[in-house]
Ligand binder design. Structure first.
Ligand SMILES: *Cc1c(COP(=O)(O)O)cnc(C)c1O
Length: 423
């Protein structure tokens, strides 16, 4: 049963209630290994589903355009204070509706249409909003894109420096969505300084690891830091922009009134709760366990003959190239899903297949670590993945069903916030 329970929803709209209950059970029974996903705590769920959703509060604490902010202002102030304390930054804006919107606010703060932005190309591991062609950021701005080296699978800083010197971007993005290794913020900062660009670290995927001390921090290197709040940080769907004091006014003005209307106060409260949780010793242990699990899983997959981009993982994410197995990422991901293991198909650097039918899958350990799985479980997880991928290649649904049952049995022993199995 969903936790907290949903009796009013069940009586008003049983159709939606049943679907929400179905999703809660699905999240309980599956190894959720999409690296951008997680489980929030029941406390975060309660804050996010509260009456705060009824309020309008355009503006910032103490400077609102609507009355009745006696409780909203302290909530947003707490969220801001906790963000600046946790990450050690001068300033935080906790209002962006999502990571994509936060990035648009950054463009609005520092660029005009047609200005040059530099980011990692989407097929190389970057995000759409770092200037990829189909995104508004690639259409309305002049985007130049760097990638990774074919032999190492990691960023080539000579290439980044040459490109930056030649193209003179006003903003340089580092970070992305399919980067399995530590990001070298200092090297990006040196290049940004040399060409006079604002360095923006988009740490959406790894902000929980940074908060928990399991990945180096961009603070002191990047003048602007963007993060979602719902990935490794384990908060509600939302985003934050953190920055040096010199950029604070520009960022705040860009978020509101530049881009957004009223902030989602229920989300702000959920973010505040998540930031409080992320400051605990338990969260530090969690962040380190995410990385330990990813390393152990990468080693177990390598042992089974799988090819990993960059040869391994330093964070929460593994990018696997299935070319040697002669199966596409999409059929593999579909078979894994039927086997109770949820991943997403993904392009790999220099992919020879099409974006909608790429060669790789992207695997992450944030969610299964929240459930309590540790290194000793990773060889079994790798064995199940291997079985399901091989079974997909020879169309053996029986094996896939057996694996799904075994996954369910294992996970029955690991509690999930937001769901209690009925006895
Ligand atoms: C997830 C992600 C985003 C976008 O966040 P949304 O909340 O989905 O809009 C932006 N940048 C990076 C690097 C991401 O991983």
């Amino acid at each position: 049963m969903h936790q907290p329970p949903l009796p009013h929803l069940a009586s008003t709209d049983p159709e939606i209630a049943d679907l929400v209950e179905g999703e809660a059970r699905r999240q309980f029974e599956k190894l959720r290994m999409i690296p951008s996903e997680n489980y929030v705590s029941t406390a975060v769920l309660e804050a996010s589903a509260s009456v705060l959703t009824n309020k309008y509060s355009e503006g910032y604490p103490g400077r609102r355009y609507y009355e009745g902010q006696q409780f909203i202002d302290p909530i947003e102030r707490l969220a801001i204070q906790r963000a600046t304390d946790l990450f050690g930054v001068d300033h935080a804006n906790v209002q962006p509706y999502s990571g994509s919107v936060a990035n648009l606010a950054v463009y609005l703060a520092f660029l005009s249409p047609g200005d040059t932005v530099m980011g990692m190309a989407l097929p190389m591991g970057g995000h759409l909003t770092h200037g990829w062609s189909v995104s508004v950021t690639g259409k309305w701005f002049r985007a130049v894109q760097y990638g990774v080296r074919a032999d190492t699978g990691t960023v080539d800083f000579d290439e980044v420096r040459d490109l930056a010197r030649r193209e003179r971007p006003k903003v340089i993005y580092c970070g992305g969505t399919a980067i399995p290794r530590v990001i070298d913020f200092a090297s990006f900062a040196e290049i940004a300084r040399e060409v006079g660009a604002v360095l923006v670290a988009d740490v959406a995927h790894i902000s929980g690891l940074i908060a928990g001390g399991a990945h180096p921090s961009p603070v002191g290197h990047a003048g602007v830091i963007v993060t979602t709040t719902h990935k490794t940080l384990r908060g509600p769907r939302g985003a934050m922009i953190m920055c040096d004091s010199e950029h604070a006014a520009a960022i705040d003005k860009a978020v509101f009134p530049g881009l957004q209307g009223g902030p989602h106060d229920h989300t702000t409260a959920g973010i505040a709760v998540a930031l409080k949780e992320a400051a605990t010793p338990e969260f530090r242990a969690y962040a380190h366990q995410v990385v330990a699990n990813s390393r152990a899983l990468a080693a177990a997959l390598t042992e089974r003959g799988y090819s990993l981009v960059s040869g391994g993982s330093d964070n929460h994410l593994i990018l696997m190239d299935l070319t040697p197995q002669e199966i596409g990422g999409k059929p593999a991901a579909r078979a894994l899903d039927r086997a109770g293991i949820e991943v997403n198909y993904n392009t790999v650097p220099f992919d020879t297949r099409k974006p909608f039918d790429p060669s790789g899958i992207r695997i992450g350990t944030p969610s299964i670590t929240t459930r309590g799985l540790a290194e000793q479980h990773m060889p079994q997880v790798a064995a199940w993945m291997d079985e399901a991928i091989r079974a997909a290649a020879k169309d053996d649904e029986q094996i896939i069903e057996r694996v799904a049952g075994e996954v369910r049995d294992l996970l029955a022993g690991f509690p999930m916030p937001g769901f209690v199995p009925q006895s």
